[in-house]
Write a protein that binds this ligand. Structure first.
Ligand code: ZN
Ligand code: ZN
Ligand code: FE
Length: 763
């Protein structure tokens, strides 16, 4: 055995629950090596012995040939004395000593092509089994209770494998070798349809009966990977209207699920990048520009929205529901099972109680969901992904950090909350948690933070929260700190830092950071939201801002954009003439109160919010004066402007320096003038978008002149606007700037926690 060597390979990264041990087994035995492979709390550990060239080759393949869901971070080799022996074993997992290293749990993955083939094959023993999965697909994050990732540590612990499944699980040549969630009809979870007042139906009968119910217009609660959806036939106007009414949803768009890419193409034009996202393993809702096919859907699916959210089946249950035939709907509304703003229902008892007023029936199963995970939402702008919500399929994958951070928990913002833990060169972002304006969401924040700490082994030494004194997430951080320091970070600084971090900027050079959003607490107590910061992780200088206008009575004005139009008219010194849409929309008494508030300053806060300026212009253009959901007016304004040729722009006034102040007064005057001259709303909308994009380029140019900086970062929810983001990017790149935009995390507050983490840890 003189020529033999023995080496221990330590592999770290996302290497558990992704078929890594089977991959090592197959590769090592293929190379004629003996030894073993196992999981421990730090990742995968392989001890191999054989010819030096073969042992070396294994090391190479560990680094480069890993299974598709794995993310290999490091491979390190340690020489050991040879021990001899033949054969190769997969060691049972060992929780192992706390080594300081860590393993990463994987995200939930859509049913893979191999499993879909078996699902449809009458000769396969898992033919039509609604919980088919393998090492390459199925539930992960939503079922993991603990690490290392092994069946007893998941919610599959209560399903002992039958002999046939156990044989596959133990067979290195099998696709289900050590696949933790595997099961079959004999040993796995059972699908059940519960309709109040009738006997429950199971398995295929449950599927058939559910399809019939949906065809008849019923609303069915469907248990998925991370929680319950409410489903109904998207082509049935009465069903969709009823769902909207029961969910108290207002006009907020619903997403729809169709069987496959071909069906999706009948609804919208789909680019290659969009197709890859739709059909990829994460299976998010993809916002697509509506095609003519959407007219065959109920108008209430996404009223007034220029886009349609589409997703493809990601569990076998979805596939079976959307099979063609016997008159079952081919397009289903799939909306999260909750009342607006509440966390998604994931427990069966909770779903039975909370969804009772919303659903006619429950299609469920007995595999528990350990943590609720909402669908991810994304879109494509300029051929690049621009995420709207990063949740299922992503959580808890880490984001690599450009500089190491001490163990830290960042608690996120108030709305669209997500939290993040970081340590060393990684940050782990939670799934979407929700709007922290109710108790249930704060409880979900507690549970998510704890779960994330548990899965990552990070024990935060400090917490980071938004600087807003009234945010519930900030109060939560103080309550949860238990003596640890709580640092606060200015909201827009965090937006800029988040984009810097995802693009790997180490912060040595500051950037010109645009943070445009609806609301954030400023260092002067005003409500900021149209900010240009010269920033690094340690600090920022407010280099430019939208000029302050008085914001009357906070929340009411967010819901009623006509009030913001009145405030902008007042600030621009323009009369409230009755020919203007927002004046007509405002009841006379309210107008009187507003006039008093604005002229006295009583009950108003100065705001530089770009989101509110979009609201004001939408109201003045006659798009809408009242909204049902956040950013609705701006979304519809963008929808109008799309496809309208660039014909003119609106120029902001520019005054002051340090900060430069962009005065919206001239824009408001132009909008009013154009409307009075009979210029159509879509042209006004297009000119306004061009004006804001021009402003971005102009401000960046001036700040470059003053600082020499040439990297521009665009962040904040307003840059979820595809037309604006695209227009700003084009103008900036035309002037030679390096432009960084949110591509891994949402531009909106759902991406804030990463920026908080960086600023809190490094500032
Ligand atoms: Zn599979
Ligand atoms: Zn079985
Ligand atoms: Fe924000």
């Amino acid at each position: 055995m003189s020529g033999r060597v023995r080496v221990r390979y330590r592999v770290t990264g996302v290497v558990q629950g992704v078929g890594f041990r089977p991959f090592v087994y197959v590769t090592a035995t293929g190379l004629g090596l003996s030894g073993s492979v196992g999981n421990d709390s730090a990742g995968v550990l392989a001890e191999v012995e054989g010819e030096p060239a073969d042992v070396e080759e294994l090391g190479r393949r560990l680094a480069t040939g890993a299974p598709p869901l794995a993310v290999v971070e490091t491979v390190t080799a340690t020489g050991l004395p040879v021990t001899g022996g033949t054969g190769f074993t997969i060691a049972a997992s060992d929780a192992g000593p706390a080594t300081g290293a860590r393993t990463f749990a994987g995200p939930d993955v859509a049913t893979c092509a191999d499993c879909l083939r078996e699902l449809a094959d009458p000769a396969d023993r898992r033919y039509r089994h609604p919980f088919i999965s393998c090492t390459n697909c199925g539930p992960r994050f939503s079922v993991i209770r603990d690490l290392p990732y092994d069946r007893p540590a998941t919610t599959m612990a209560g399903f002992p494998m039958c002999a046939a499944c156990a044989a596959e699980y133990a067979d290195p040549a099998d696709r289900r070798f050590h696949a933790q969630p595997i099961a079959c009809a004999d040993c796995g979870p059972v699908l059940e349809l519960a309709v109040p007042g009738t006997a429950p139906r199971f398995r295929d009968e449950a599927v058939t009966a559910t399809r019939r119910l949906l065809a008849e217009g019923a609303i069915v609660a469907v248990k998925g990977l991370g929680g319950y959806h409410l489903a109904c036939d998207a082509r049935n106007p009465a069903a969709v209207a009823e769902l909207r009414r029961r969910k108290r949803r207002g006009d907020k768009p619903f997403a729809v699920m169709v069987a496959d890419l071909a069906a999706a193409r009948s609804l919208a034009e789909i680019s290659d990048v969009e197709a890859a996202l739709l059909g990829g393993p994460r299976r998010p809702v993809v916002l697509l520009a509506r095609g003519p096919g959407t007219s065959a859907l109920a108008a209430d699916v996404a009223p007034g929205s220029p886009d349609l959210g589409v997703l493809l089946p990601y569990t076998p249950v979805h596939v079976l529901l959307l099979e063609r035939g016997d008159g079952a709907p081919d397009c289903l509304v799939m909306t999260s099972g909750n009342l607006g703003g509440e966390p998604i229902c994931s427990r069966d008892d909770d779903a039975a109680a909370r969804l009772a007023p919303l659903a006619d029936a429950w299609l469920r199963h007995d595999r528990p969901i350990h943590v609720p995970v909402d669908d991810s939402v994304t879109r494509v702008i300029d051929g690049r992904e621009a995420p709207v919500r990063r949740s299922r399929g992503h959580a808890p994958l880490p984001v690599a950090l450009p500089v190491p951070v001490p163990p830290t928990l960042a608690v996120g913002a108030e709305l669209k909350n997500t939290c993040a833990v970081g340590q060393g060169r990684y940050a782990w972002l939670s799934q979407h948690i929700g709007d922290t304006d109710d108790l249930a969401t704060l409880e979900a924040l507690t549970a998510s933070a704890r779960h994330l700490e548990h899965l990552t082994g990070v024990t935060p030494e400090s917490l980071v929260a938004d600087a807003h004194p009234g945010y519930r997430s900030t109060a939560w951080a103080r309550r949860s700190a238990a003596g640890r320091p709580v640092r606060t970070v200015q909201h827009h600084h965090a937006h800029v830092a988040s984009v810097m971090a995802e693009h790997g900027l180490d912060g040595r050079d500051p950037v010109i950071g645009f943070a445009f959003d609806g609301t954030g607490y400023g260092t002067d107590g005003a409500i900021w939201g149209g900010e240009v910061l010269v920033a690094d992780y340690k600090g920022f200088r407010r280099a430019a801002q939208l000029g302050y206008v008085p914001l009357p009575g906070g929340d009411a004005t967010v819901q009623r954009p006509y009030r913001m139009a009145l405030a902008h008219l007042f600030a621009a010194g323009l009369p409230w003439a009755p020919d203007l849409a927002p004046i007509r929309a405002c009841p006379p008494e309210e107008r009187g109160v507003l006039a008093h508030q604005l002229s006295s300053g009583f009950g108003t806060v100065p705001t530089s919010s770009m989101g509110r300026l979009f609201d004001a212009v939408a109201a003045l253009a006659g798009v809408r004066g009242v909204v049902d959901y956040e950013a609705q007016a701006a979304i519809e304004l963008e929808g109008l402007a799309r496809g309208v040729p660039a014909d003119g722009t609106y120029a902001f006034g520019l005054t002051g320096n340090s900060p430069l102040v962009a005065d919206a007064g001239p824009v408001i005057r132009s909008v009013v003038g154009d409307r009075r001259a009979g210029v159509p709303a879509e042209v006004v909308a297009a000119r306004f978008h061009a004006g804001v994009a021009d402003l971005v380029a102009e401000l960046a140019g001036r700040i470059r002149g003053e600082t020499g900086l040439h990297t521009v970062v665009l962040g904040g929810g307003v840059f979820g606007n595809a037309l604006l983001l695209s227009g700003a990017r084009r103008r900036l790149e035309g002037r030679g700037f390096t432009v960084l935009t949110p591509e891994q995390l949402p531009a909106n507050d759902g991406g804030l926690a990463l920026g908080q983490l960086m600023v809190g840890a490094l500032g």
